[in-house]
Design a binder for this molecule. Structure first.
Ligand SMILES: *Cc1c(COP(=O)(O)O)cnc(C)c1O
Length: 371
């Protein structure tokens, strides 16, 4: 059994992907070829955003968003402490300070109360709360309605980190359309992944889209050899766009399959574990299916039982960012980050991908029920 089975998906899509790759080899436009624009149009259409700008990876997408918004020294960027490092990693380079916010223990997403406290704390430190980056952790959209309300009151801008959440929705509105900018990642193991690195940004703001397009190509202006700002090189390869076009065609169906699998896990496991909580009107894309135990020992026990049965499981994330060496010195919610720390000690994730068979799922449920 695989934790994520990319080979099963490839078996299904191989012919189409090979055709797409062959087309790129024929036209030879390896950088910013026609597939890149075609993909951007398709991605924007998929989520309902006005503009999509692709880039080299999900970390660059976050960094490009901060640069486009002019974030710099004296600014605070509020980020959850329970996330992948990239969410906070992009902040110090701009001269701004990441400020850690706790998560809600039910959804593992940014906690609005903690966010309010952290904003207050940033101000006490003489920082301007410039940007808030909620993360769609494990595929569940963040609490955008509440985060946006707090952001507005604080005159802060929201960047949604949807590296794990592209295709999720709240009352039918998809990620990519919340906040000023949304970023995503096409790292192979993400729900919509390519065969290398890739990323994208979404916005409804046409000026911002033009700025992002310039920033990802060396700060280009209208005239090729007159770069009008300091940019970087962060383009999505044409070959990766070609692969993604084939994968996007079945992505909606795959999200359905992930939801079927998640429902089945929850039915089988909710009496023994804290199963994922999906708030009313929310739709997750299940980048991870994550359980929580009462104690760290119970987690060890459950994961050992799975391992003994040859079933892979993983911990996302064993250490909150505020406890990691490079991030220890940055400010946090003054009430502490107890939920992030508890989650790090008690969560674990099960095999999850659209091609997971019911028989394999039953084995997982059976082993965990007897653990
Ligand atoms: C994967 C991930 C990123 C970074 O994406 P890359 O494409 O690997 O750079 C950023 N934020 C979160 C929450 C992620 O899971």
């Amino acid at each position: 059994m695989h934790f994520i089975d990319l080979a099963a998906q490839q078996d299904r899509l191989r012919t189409g992907i090979e055709k797409r790759i062959a087309a790129v080899l024929s036209h030879g436009s390896y950088i910013m070829g026609p597939e890149v624009k075609e993909l951007e149009t398709a991605l924007a259409e998929f989520c309902g955003a006005a503009h999509c700008v692709s880039c080299a990876n999900g970390t660059d997408a976050l960094e490009l968003a901060l640069i486009a918004l002019g974030v710099g020294p004296g600014d605070a960027v509020l980020v959850p402490s329970f996330t992948f490092a990239a969410t906070a990693e992009v902040v110090p380079g701009t001269g701004a300070v990441p400020v850690f916010v706790d998560v809600d223990l039910a959804t593992y997403n940014m906690c609005p109360n903690s966010l309010s406290r952290a904003i207050e704390h940033a101000r006490d430190l003489g920082l301007r709360p410039a940007v808030i980056i909620p993360v769609d952790l494990f595929g569940l959209p963040a609490d955008y309605p509440e985060v946006s309300r707090i952001a507005e009151a604080a005159s802060a801008v929201v960047i949604g980190d949807s590296a794990q959440g592209f295709g999720g929705s709240i009352k039918g509105q998809m990620t990519g359309t919340f906040g000023k900018i949304t970023t995503t990642s096409f790292f192979p193991a993400k729900p919509l992944g390519c065969y290398g690195d890739g990323g994208a940004l979404f916005t409804d703001d046409a000026d911002l889209a033009v700025l992002l397009d310039s920033l990802r190509v060396h700060g280009k202006g209208a005239e090729k050899y007159d770069n009008v700002r300091i940019g970087r090189n962060s383009r999505l390869d044409t070959l990766q766009a070609a692969v993604l076009l084939e994968k996007l065609a079945v992505y909606g169906e795959e999200i359905e399959a992930r939801n079927r699998i998640a429902r089945r896990y929850t039915t089988g496991l909710s009496t023994k574990f804290a199963t994922p909580v999906i708030p009313e009107g929310y739709r997750s894309i299940w980048a991870q299916y994550t359980l929580r135990t009462d104690t760290p020992a119970a987690r060890d026990n459950a994961m050992s039982a799975l391992k003994a049965a040859g079933i892979p499981s993983a911990i996302y994330y064993p250490r909150p960012l505020n406890k990691q060496t490079a991030y220890r010195e940055f400010p946090c919610d003054p009430n502490g980050l107890p939920n992030s720390e508890l989650a790090a000690q008690t969560v674990f994730s099960l095999p999850m991908h659209p091609y997971l068979s019911e028989a394999d799922q039953d084995r997982v449920i059976d082993v965990l029920s007897r653990a």
